[in-house]
Design a protein around this ligand. Structure first.
Ligand code: ADP
Ligand code: MG
Length: 321
């Protein structure tokens, strides 16, 4: 039977939990939780793993601010570095998990440095809005050579967050999953590049990892889209005493709740938006927002916020009639 394709987008918290120092030991330990589940799922599904890099790229930015002895690296190079470091950590954890399960892990996975094309006319370039890296005082913020903005934590550098136009390696990714490889790609949203005829050049920007995952799902033809984060799913009135976990909502209901302001930009809103795009552009079948602990349960329909593609549900309902 043809295996369905599962895309699992891992949040940055899959590696560094809130309140942790973020040592490599902690990151490896945290990764075991999603990766063991993914190893088991790989027996039944073709798997693509995408991942965030917020805390890791933040640490690299901080490291280079602490050192003037070597030239500073642009953001696109730091994103590439985090794809390498996190790809390595996921691969090595996956290797152990597959071995523990008795699955021959030789040549079963590959991580891919991924470029993502963005449009140089993207309106985002007029308004850098995504906070990254260390927190500054007002005085420090005046001295750094890039735009900063006051956030809840303090002053931070802000960068452009452009729309993903296309994943450059989509054909390779499709071929690799068809050959049975688990593919780790689009780390940190991918390395943002602008196309110049037949070549590319990188830009100082950060692409949202949930939106790039939806773009990849569209371009590769994914069946099930799982967004794994540090909460059980999407809540109404999140953080308030009356907060309520949404178990199953139609895409229309989710859009309505989004318009009502239940899902803030930069955290839950892009996840909901990513699912909408997955349904409309890819005719995706299933999408669940869940915790990293409950990935398998979410695939089984027993955990998380399942967003129901009303079109597909209506079709199956009308077939039943
Ligand atoms: P990730 O790294 O997984 O993308 P984010 O921090 O971007 O994680 O998004 C997950 C966070 O969204 C949660 O930790 C939670 O604090 C926040 N959040 C904001 N609004 C909601 C909501 N309505 N439902 C669930 N989580 C929400
Ligand atoms: Mg996020």
């Amino acid at each position: 039977m043809k295996k369905q394709t599962l895309l699992i987008a891992l949040g940055g918290n899959a590696l560094i939990r809130k309140g942790q120092e973020g040592s490599v030991k902690e990151q490896f330990e945290n990764l075991k939780i999603p990766i063991r589940q993914i190893a088991r799922l790989s027996e039944k599904y073709k798997i693509i793993i995408t991942h965030g890099n917020g805390p890791q790229v933040g640490n690299l930015l901080l490291q280079q601010e602490c050192c003037d002895a070597v030239p500073k690296l642009p953001l696109e190079i730091l994103v590439a570095q985090t794809q390498g470091q996190i790809g390595y950590m996921i691969e090595s954890t996956l290797d152990s998990a597959l071995m523990d399960l008795g699955i021959d892990s030789k040549h079963h996975f590959v991580s891919l440095i991924t470029y993502v094309v963005v449009d140089e006319n993207d309106p985002g370039f007029q308004n850098p809005s995504k906070p990254i890296g260390p927190v500054y005082t007002k005085e420090q913020a005046k001295l750094v050579p890039y735009p900063t903005r006051k956030t809840a934590k303090g002053y931070r550098r802000v960068v452009v967050s452009p729309e993903p136009v296309t994943v450059v390696e989509k054909n390779e990714i499709r071929k690799l999953i068809d050959m049975g490889f688990i593919v780790i790609c689009c780390g940190g949203g991918g390395i943002p590049v602008i196309r110049e005829e037949r070549s590319f050049h990188g830009v100082d920007a950060v692409i949202d990892k949930d939106l790039v995952s939806a773009k990849l799902a569209e371009e590769v033809g994914v069946d099930i889209f799982i967004i794994a984060t540090d909460v059980d799913g999407a809540f109404l009135n999140y953080g308030k005493p009356e907060q309520k976990l949404l178990c199953s909502v139609t895409s229309e209901e989710a859009a309505l709740y989004s318009d009502q302001g239940h899902f803030p930009p930069g955290s839950m809103k892009p996840k909901i938006e990513a699912v909408m795009r997955f349904f409309t552009r890819n005719h995706g079948k299933r999408a669940v927002i869940t915790s990293v602990e409950a990935i398998e349960d979410a695939v089984a329909g027993k955990a998380g916020t399942e967003i129901v593609n009303r079109h597909i549900r209506n079709t199956s309902e009308s077939q039943k009639k």
